[in-house]
Design a binder for this molecule. Sequence first.
Ligand code: EPZ
Length: 422
Amino acid sequence: MDKLLIRGGRRLAGTVDISGAKNAALPELCAALLTSEPVTLLNVPRLQDVSTMLKLVGNMGVVAARDAATPTTVRLDARQLDKPEAPYELVKTMRASVLALGPLLARFGRATVSLPGGCAIGSRPVDQHIKGLQSMGAEIDVEHGYMVARVPGSGRLRGARITTDMVTVTGTENFMMAAALAQGETVLENAAQEPEIVDLAEMLIRMGARIEGHGSSRIRIQGVERLTGCTHRVVADRIEAGTFLCAVAAAGGKAVLRHGRADHLDAVIEKLRAAGASVDAGPDFIEVQSSGRLQAQSFRTTEYPGFPTDMQAQFMALNVIAQGSSKVTETIFENRFMHVNEMVRLGAKIQVDGKVAVVEGVPRLSGATVMATDLRASASLVIAGLVAEGQTIVDRIYHLDRGYDQMEIKLRGLGADIERIK
Ligand code: EPZ
């Protein structure tokens, strides 16, 4: 099991390239299931979750592979898809596999997809996905841990008005993909507004889908008979960019994030500026500068365009060594403070009470061995390790590899003393 060895105390400086967004690439790989024509995705990040999704669609009979010469280019051809199934062995490692359900039902009228099971940050059910697809005419039974879905009669989904109990990112994506080929109009009333939703919609429109309102809370989709192939470039990863912004702000220094989209990070950039970091931006780069001694900032996570839950752990790492105390409120997931106990091992002062963590800034952290528990928690421990005095070892970094494209190589490029040990 790989570990990261970090010797903290270095300031960061230089330029880093932000990769394509994991949470756009995953639904977009599933969107390729909607057509029998070839699809090419550009700027696909090199992540474990992407490899898992390629295995998942390959298992269905889709020809899918990274381009040998350019591994960020992925070519898919779902013409021969003959097994609309997503088995537990793959789904249990990546709950985003549920994104296959909508496309398979839309194109084939049937699908057997394993329930994802829980994950470290919460129970994360898919009841809203099921409810929405049922409202489009799908019959979905849960048998032996699998969702067994079929569209009776004509086999074609029909448009519906869908209002979910809460805003759901992958739920919105599943419904958008299913509705693209359904009969009639679908209206998503409390749709998610994340940039990844907009990017997926733009890809679907390029394939011939008729979608409007993406990026707002109401999305309207007019179903069409068929969708064509396309070439689509995956939008830059705002969470990777936000993670690097927090790393430079906490460690001190100056960096340029190439391809970073500041317009996708308003809430985070506002808090970084309030903390005392300086952030400038162009259309496709973000520049950050920091003394490393910042003012702690309270924040609460909410749906986009609010402060993203996927940035909560990383900004907490900044608060831990900032001046003053701060309150961090996690409103999206019920168990997303697992990084707290590990940070306390580094010398942080944090008290958790339900959804709220109260952080009291300390002047320094001291290196220790800590354990990653989930994707963004691991990123926050790397940031804390960059700041801690002495040596920090972050264990179980397979969590990190799921969602960050060569993070230690990029950080070393900024001057960090960090290496991967087998
Ligand atoms: C997406 O997960 C992201 N994953 C998550 O990123 C992100 O944290 C999350 O959205 C919130 O922004 C991908 O896009 C692949 P939700 P998703 O459905 O869609 C509850 C990362 O770090 N809910 O928006 O699974 C759910 O439990 C990952 O990259 C139901 O109760 O999240 C949660 O409390 C982690 N029933 C809330 O809604 C449902 O059917 C929001 O979840 C669906 C969701």
